[in-house]
Design a binder for this molecule. Structure first.
Ligand code: SF4
Length: 378
């Protein structure tokens, strides 16, 4: 089983906190679908005939494209790859793109899951983040999407925003619950270097982010999600029973995926490759059939460390039987011995052969993973 990721690098506006590869310009936008179709056709051997279980349009903001372009890409995937009958087909969308007409057209194009970048239901937070949609557009687009038959809905929320009090954060979450949204991704606001947000905070024009506020929001998040029956299945992801993002879960489980579009990554179990993060170069090289890309062959120790890092982020944890099978019993034993300190401090549990972070341990997931990494080449 494998996945296909399509990167659409355009946004209507560059949000002040964003450091993804995306362009706030429509220049060359009409050339990209054709380049993507070309790349899709040329790289149809990358997944070695594995069935495609998930397709994901990410960005950037894929909803800036006309639904007809999305439909052509979905059709091309079905034509060139063995797609499973019940494949999950997700599109990331921003509220300001989603009119009722666009929603119906996307449904018709084959999209069966929407991931909406709403970030907050409150106008003051949206203003702080320089988002272009309004709080009324947020509620409108969620009901329009449900009306259009999108029941597999995910929303992104951001916490730790200086304008967001504990009460405001609870309101945001309650609002999401009131819509019966089955999947919620919640991220702490991170101030990335050289973003306009970082510059404005440095110059004193915007309030700085307070770690204690983020921590308080994280505790509220965990508690309310649990009360409302959501599973905390990955550090930043929550869902009602069974409504996991199949595409993202496949990444965390180390399944193979093909990434199409500028800057997209692909992974086939032994190597990772990254398409050129330059739109014009991408379009030109896709036309000639060979997209410029960088390939990194992953050593065994890198594969082990990636598995430790991604699996510990999930509620399924790091499976020592898998580690033993793929990396040898010595590595599985070493991992368990190194984890004992975290088990003692109750940041981790060991059950059914798996190391799983507790809610307390999840706060330090990156540091704990790094401490468990193997160092020597296997
Ligand atoms: S819409 Fe998303 S990808 Fe685009 S600039 Fe904003 S945060 Fe970045």
């Amino acid at each position: 089983m494998a996945g296909i990721y399509i990167h659409i690098p355009f946004c209507r506006y560059k949000c002040n906190y964003c450091n993804f590869y995306s362009l706030a310009s429509t220049r060359n936008m009409d050339r990209v679908p054709h380049a993507i179709l070309n790349e899709l056709k040329k790289r149809n051997d990358y997944l070695a005939g594995q069935n495609v279980e998930t397709i994901y349009f990410g960005g950037g903001t894929p909803s800036v494209l006309p639904a007809s372009d999305i439909e052509s890409m979905v059709k091309a995937i079905y034509k060139n790859y063995p797609v499973e009958k019940e494949a999950e087909i997700t599109l990331e969308a921003n509220p300001d793109d989603l009119t009722p007409e666009k929603l119906s057209a996307l449904k018709k194009a084959g999209i069966n899951r929407l991931s909406m970048g709403i970030q907050s239901f409150r106008q003051e937070d949206l203003d702080f983040l320089s988002r272009t949609h309004s709080s009324s557009q947020v509620t409108q687009c969620i009901s329009d999407a449900q009306q259009a038959g999108f029941h597999n809905l995910s929303i992104d929320l951001i916490y730790g925003i200086p304008t967001l009090t504990d009460e405001g954060w609870k309101e945001n979450l309650e609002k999401a619950f009131s819509f019966g949204i089955s999947h919620i991704s919640a991220y702490s606001l991170t101030v990335e270097d050289k973003t306009p947000l970082e510059v404005m905070i440095r110059k004193g024009k915007l309030k700085p982010v307070d770690e204690n506020l983020s921590l308080s929001h994280y505790h509220i998040l965990s508690e309310l999600m649990q009360q409302h029956g959501y599973e905390h299945y990955e550090i930043s992801n929550f869902c009602l029973p069974g409504a996991y993002s199949r595409h993202n879960t496949a990444y965390w489980q180390g399944k193979h995926y093909l990434g199409i579009g500028p800057s997209a990554h692909s992974y086939n179990g032994v190597s990772r490759c990254r398409n050129v993060a330059n739109l014009v170069k991408y379009i030109e090289t896709a036309a000639s059939g060979h997209v410029e890309s960088e390939r990194e062959v992953l050593s065994l120790v890198t594969q082990l460390n990636e598995y430790i890092m991604t699996s510990l982020r999930t509620m399924w944890g790091c499976d020592l039987v898998k580690v033993k099978h793929k990396f040898g019993s010595g590595n599985a034993e070493k991992l368990l011995v190194n984890a004992l300190g975290y088990i003692e401090t109750k940041q981790m549990v060991y059950q059914d052969g798996k190391l799983i972070l507790t809610p307390e341990g999840r706060l330090f997931a990156d540091g704990i993973s790094a401490a468990l990494f193997g160092e020597e080449e296997l």
